[in-house]
Design a protein around this ligand. Sequence first.
Ligand code: MN
Length: 209
Amino acid sequence: MKLENFQVCDRDIDQATLSEYLQSEAIAVDTETMGLIPQRDRLCLVQLCDVKGKVTAIRILKGQTEAPNLKKLMEAANIVKIFHYARFDIATLRYNLKIQTQPIFCTKIGSKLVRTYTQRHGLKEVVNELEQVELDKSAQSSDWGNATNLSDTQLSYAANDVRYLIGVRQKLIAMLEREERLELAQECFNCLPTIVSLDLLQFKDLFEH
Ligand code: MN
């Protein structure tokens, strides 16, 4: 399998990669974990992609509690971090590595706010419609815990999860502008750190009656 413009590293990105990524106006981010509960399921992999399409997969080791260069990138105020379903990724990054991600663009929220003609807001459907690319999600539920021994299939899946997000964001911004919902989307993104604080404290339905 050919993985172009792709590197794997352990624990953190190196200084050169950080400098390169700090030149990008936006960075696409995804994570792979042992499951969906941050307090229970450890973070295994963090994938990044810049505007030039350079992809890095960072293997997070068991017991690791910080990644200083990744933190600098994720907290850089002038670089938008793009996720599909940011609510989960920023929770696991905060819980495991004490990273306060900002600013944020969530392509799932953007899709829900503007693609009101469909209920299909999974990454596969959104990438398929907006980028005309068929994503293979077969490695989605796999064992990410054996970080030093990930298969090519897993790594190419992990890389593809970030590779199309920058293009998707551009398309969604155009649609959100057209439908006059870009400002509302921005307000939703701004709320995400608070929602994640509530999630990590296990508050559910705080705004319900
Ligand atoms: Mn993923």
